[in-house]
Ligand binder design. Structure first.
Ligand code: CTP
Length: 417
């Protein structure tokens, strides 16, 4: 498995209820998914089942609907209450599990096809995904199946290997879906591994690119989308933290975290500085994920007119928020900085870690493909004073957020959680 949940303390009653999408593909082992659903509901999770059309040849939607938290779905179309079901399911999931995952489902997912509700949901999510393949041994050992799984693993998808045992054709071999209890226990480990890890911790996060006014209508800004900062806020909230997000952008938060996260809208570096400094003293962890302008013009109070010619912008340094946060750091407070590098990444980043005196530096190699401002994915190096640098390979910004916060939880003084 490539995505490991942090081995942290168990859940608190205040953490939001995990929302699990239970995908079921068309294989004989689909009958075990009914028991899995029951076990997940027993653990108190919100479970939304999604069956492929072929799965309904093996098991009935009615059974799933009766046991689940919301009606079982099989189609992208025809539900007037949820007109875009794949994005609703995908964006609100804490985890998507596919049990059983057939060879066909795995191939479609690896190819990026979205020809039914389940595959569309898999593409529309940034939540961790756990596949539980089940099929005949001959199919399981096919290079095509193994290569598709290798591709998905590389992208951060978790795979629970099938077991050896009697198969539906009467033969014995690898391909059996593990017992529902075993799958449910793994799901619990993934979900509870992060739930509660930051329980009782107040986390202050900045997000987005600052906008520096030139005049009442024009700004100097950058391409930051705020996505990594929002992903951090969402993940921290799910880990039990009390979260304040100081942001220059407005993005949607998930159903289960939206009411718990306090969002403080700001625009300029100066406004962000004020908002962060005011709240930092009452936070055990501060994360500067925002792309703050280093320079800003002195804003004109009136709109600059074309007829007055091309204006010359005189830029001045903005406050260095991170430096000021470090200067007033409270005892035991964890401060996380971000760094964007393009050359000599490790050497430059190690120097920055020392200079900035932060507890954790998240380094983006912005020259690498799929990394940084305009991408949904990220690949980072995590640097802290007494630990070896840790590379978090390319994955969704949400999955990167879990890794960063797992490190934060490990750095917090014992008893802070
Ligand atoms: N940052 C800040 N205030 C600023 C500028 C940046 O708090 N006015 C924070 C960012 O939020 C981020 C880190 O500092 O956490 C980014 O630093 P970076 O721009 O990589 O480093 P610099 O020291 O500005 O170095 P460089 O010359 O490489 O830009």
């Amino acid at each position: 498995m490539t995505w490991t949940p942090s081995p942290m303390p168990s859940a608190t009653p205040n953490s939001p209820t995990p929302r699990i999408v239970l995908g079921v593909a068309g294989g004989i082992a689909a009958y075990k998914a009914v028991e899995l659903l029951r076990l997940l509901r027993e653990k108190g999770y919100h479970v939304a089942p999604v069956l492929t059309p072929d799965a309904t040849r093996f098991v009935g939607l009615v059974t799933f609907s009766a046991l689940a938290s919301e009606p079982a779905r099989t189609s992208l179309y025809g539900d007037p209450t949820t007109p875009i079901p794949h994005t609703y399911l995908g964006s609100n999931a804490s985890l998507i599990v596919v049990a059983p995952a057939t060879a066909h489902l795995i191939a479609r997912y690896a190819m990026g096809l979205a020809d039914d509700l389940l595959t569309a949901t898999l593409l529309a999510t940034r939540a961790p995904v756990l596949l539980c393949p089940a099929m005949h041994t001959e199919m399981w050992v096919q290079p095509s199946v193994q290569e598709n799984l290798a591709t998905l693993r590389r992208r951060g998808v978790l795979v629970l290997e099938p077991e050896v045992g009697p198969l539906a054709g009467g033969d014995v071999g690898t391909g059996r879906l593990p017992q529902p209890e075993k799958i449910a226990a793994l799901i619990e480990k993934i979900v509870e591994g992060y739930r509660g890890a930051l329980s009782g911790v107040r986390v202050l996060i900045s997000a987005g690119g600052t906008r520096e006014a030139i005049d009442p209508v024009r700004v100097l800004s950058n391409r930051s989308s705020g996505r990594q900062g929002y992903a951090l806020a969402d993940a921290a909230c799910r880990m039990g933290a009390t979260v304040t997000l100081v942001s220059t952008v407005e993005r949607s938060l998930n159903l289960d975290t939206v009411s718990a996260i306090e969002v403080v809208p700001v625009e300029s570096a100066a406004e962000m500085h004020e908002a962060m400094m005011k709240r930092a003293l009452e936070s055990e962890c501060v994360i500067m994920a925002a792309a703050v302008a280093d320079f800003a013009p002195r804003a004109s109070s009136e709109k600059l007119k074309k007829r007055d010619g091309v204006p010359e912008l005189h830029l001045e340094r903005t406050p260095d928020i991170l430096a000021d946060l470090v200067a007033q750091r409270a005892n035991g407070q964890i401060i996380v900085g971000f760094a964007a590098e393009t050359t000599d990444v490790l050497a430059n980043a190690l120097e920055k870690l020392r200079d900035k005196d932060v507890d954790l530096l998240v380094v983006n190699d912005v020259a690498a493909p799929g990394v940084g401002f305009e991408h949904a994915t990220n690949e980072v190096l995590l640097l802290s004073r007494h630990e070896e640098p840790e590379r978090v390979s390319l994955r969704s910004k949400e999955a990167v957020a879990w890794e960063i916060l797992a490190r934060v939880a490990a750095l917090l003084p014992q008893g802070a959680q």
